[in-house]
Design a protein. Sequence first.
Lengths: 316, 566, 312
Amino acid sequence: MIAFIVRRLLLLFPVLLIVGVIVFTLVHLTPGDPASVMLGRDATTEQKDALREQLGLDEPFHVQFVQWFGDALRLDFGDSLFIGKPVTEALLERVQPTGLLTLYSLTLSILIAIPAGVIAAVRANSLPDRLLMVVSIGGAAIPSFFFGILLILLFAVVLGWLPSGGYADIGDDPVQHLRYMLLPTIALGFSAAGLLARLVRSTMLDVFNEDYVRTAYAKGLLRRRVVLGHALRNAMIPVLTVIGISLAGMLGGAVVIETVFNIPGMGRLLVQSVTRRDFPVVQGAVMTVAAIQVLVMLLVDVLYVYVDPRVRYGGD
Amino acid sequence: MSQRQRPDERGTTPFTEFIRPPGVSRRALVRAGVAGAAGIAAAGTLVPRGAGAKPGPASARPALLRQEAGQGQPGGTLRVATTGQPAGLDMHLVNQRTITLIGWNMYEALFTFDADYATVPMLAEGITVGADGLTATIALRQGVPFHNGAEMVAADVIASYNRWAPVSSLGLAIAPFLNEVVEVDPYTVEFRLKNPLATLPSLLARQAQGLSIHPKSVLDAAGVNPLTDEGYIGTGPYRFVERQTDRFTRLGRFEEYASLETAPSGYAGAKAAYLDEIEFIPVPDEAARVAGLQSGEYDYLEEIIPDQIEVLQDNPDVTIEILPPRSYGVVIMNTVAGLMSNVTIRQAVQAAIAVEPTGQASHGEGYFEPGPGIMMPQTAWNSDVSAELYNQNNPEKARQLLETAGYDGTPVRLLATQEDLGDYNAAVVVQQQLEAAGFAVELEVSDEATLEENIEDDERWDMTTNAYVFRPDPVLIAAFASCAADGQWCSPEKVAAVERLQTESDFEARYAALEELQRLWYEQAPAVKLVNNYGVAALSSRVQGLLGQTHFEIEPEFANCWIEEG
Amino acid sequence: MAVTEFRGVANHAAVATPDRGRGWRRWRLSAITPASRYYWLRLLLQNPAALASLGLVLLIFLMAVLAPIVAPHEPNFVDPAVRLQAPSADHVFGTDDLGRDVFSRVVYGARISLLVGVSVMVGATVMGSLIGLVAGFYRRLDTLLMRVMDGLEAFPSILLAIAIMATLGPATRNVIVALSVVYTPNIARLVRGTTLMNKHQPYVESARAIGMRDFPIMRRYIFMNSLSPLIVQGTFVVAFGILAEASLSFLGAGVPPETPTWGSMVSSGQPRLQQAWWVSVFPGALLVATVLATNLSGDGLRDALDPRTRKR
């Protein structure tokens, strides 16, 4: 088991390398020279050349990349051009809102999706199935920003129950924190729940056709036990993967939702850094989110082994 | 920096030239109104007839009773929704609207503006000008503590001046007149001048990127680098507590604040810090700001689209006030390169435009007024000269002018940014009007940073929409005072008119010069004036002592306002 | 399954779409379909939700194609005198903050949304299929290609799209490129999976035995067997593409703002949602309806094409 995890960890490196190449190339291709950005437009050519040399921007692309990637592996993304702090520090300040928002939304979507998916599968093609699926597809079809705005209108403006946006630190005031996070969590979790519920339904349907389920029925086991004990457990395997993938979707969705609800998270920092031309932050934020995503997928792989006795970690 | 911006090469008087500090674009200067604020003509008794703001249009501004300070309730947190994250709080280096809004609650200047936009002392005790006009002696108030406990003395003022002067457009405007600034004693500073500069107090007064006074120790440590969180130290009624980028900037009451005894008036007089804290929260999204005001999340909005008023006005928790015009829209044309360097084509643009639709689109019916004056109607400078060339709405004439000019159908590059919805909407309307008159127009929409970059390059644009913000004196509007502002309007006649505006001290003579300038504006058509846009203040009804107390043109001050629960 | 059965398959169908689908139908006939070659179609017809959705998608498609006829006004005609008017007989969806007719803009917006959705699907399918086939077929390239796909998938999709848009600048074409890249790994993974499954099937072995080259084998036997899941996945990519375009526009990283798209219309109406809900809500509703219909069609196709989900 440990060998398996180590092997998977080693495989992380090439993926992160590719992620790094993509990020670095994209940022390099973005119009706008960092030296000009840092010095302002009125700087002389000599000033800019001097700064480029100092920053190592006159080196060939691959040399710069190796330098940057080496620093990035040590979590050093340089200094922000706008905030005047190291990028790592700026990112750390924003991990909590994004991390918790994602966590809450994921929890909410699982709590909705698994019961909904199982019920829909058990009663496939019945009215409840169709209704649940239309609702869940509807959830996936509503752009989260649109849904978020409608939620603000209803709960913050019309009813006045919840704040329309902002954030409170969980350590400072947990109750306030939850009040701030409720609407964003619903906006983000609901759309992910739609996709997840559809997947639970279809994998459950697949599993129902498997021999062992038929055998279980044949043995005279109760339907409830078959569904929850046999089918659901096996259906969880692909569902786990999709939970991992939907986590990626949520980290992305957080970008949009943080903008709608004015939550000072990493996503909002990233979007604003793009308009501020704060390239070190863009690179750092994208790398960090990608790395988190890769680690989550690794975790999913490891969980796989636990859930599915057929997967052997020695194999390919 | 391009050559054209060096004053000596333009041959204008130094005062007319506003050189941008590094990193501050021309556009930013126009937005903030170069020499920032108010009041060369309003410099106390030195100029006979002030250009102070008259009360706004009667319909737009109901009479308000001025309240006396000292009746507020202490306590509470005022939450202000700003349009974005300020780039630090170093007012010397960065000219940004949100910094102006936050900064003047924690910093103070030597002079400030009272309710009538007259220049009055704040940290200064007063100013004495020598008989020859070549020495200006400023006495400082004694016993004024900084937030770090040290007392403000002459050395702090001089250190602040020396750091600020080379990077601020105001300091650059003073420089040609100045020999040196010296400390006479710990409470007296003397400006030794080459030529008389009657407007010195106004140039040193509270305004966008104005001279805020900081402790010498802090400035020495920072040098030319931006101040950091530890260095945000001033003398104001609120002190810096904490900030987190994109989350909040928090100010707290400064218990030792040394207040003036005189009654509050505009930005002047006694200041009482009733609030425990002020939080400035960046909320870039308009809908989120308004929803936050309705739900009680925010108490004051830095900006609001007038369309929202309809929704808010019946809400008992919200107070909306229509203010006198704060800005007017303009279509600025590139007079030095490309299509628009041809004055006949510029006149065709002028002929084609109807202003009401631009006002409706950018500010909404009822929140603007047409008017030909290139100075705001509430100032003494309002004039109807050349009104027949304003708001012509004459596509036929435009066509003829285009024919005369031999226009070949080259597309006009009209730059706009969606970061300012009003300017963007005006641009879309202008595009359609110009196309109806036979122009081919390409609307190029980008973010503000890219737009500024493009405008820096003469070859990359023909026209753009913008707004000139309220200034009480014409020489404070960069496009008039300088040949280097966006569009680079420059002609010998213009330079001559501006020189008269700057050198004459008699108001009648200056007014004549302004009328001449306005005539030239319409004849040479460097830009097309659209409409005067009313200001709108949107705040929670809990907030008392703000409306009718402070000005809003150079952002409100939250001293003397308090929160009334219930 | 005899190889000879495949002899007559048209070999021009490198990228098969249903209307060019001789090979596709043949595949249905030979590989899975039990009774009739139109069995799947009958199944689809029996699914009213899917049928209604397909009808709606078709309707929106027609609306997009016939936009100049359907739209009562010029979509970009600005008339500030009638701005922010509630729905009326003349402006059935009301007017926006520039006095433009929202209905006409919604009609024209269908063009961009569908163009983006369909182009992204085609782009991602072409790139993803090629990569998936090659990766699945050649073990040596597999690791490299799939690690690159892993790398692309490591980004949350909207983040990658934002980063690409920041580099390319706002244009409809760039949105298509960015989103195609974003959804390529998804397709590549799917095609690689079916390739791995199929490449040791007897008919592939036989084809190889009679001396067929790699590429024709990939195209005829392996790709054709990926078609069913590809079509299903493709409809979802269309839906994702439309949604992602809307999100990009919302964040200000999408198509140029003067182009009417549903996404940009929702965000342009957003600041005034309270007093002029129609500016956002109608394009938003159409967006939701289209994505919903596309997804339901995809579900219907999936149920019809994949016998394993067919119930009872």
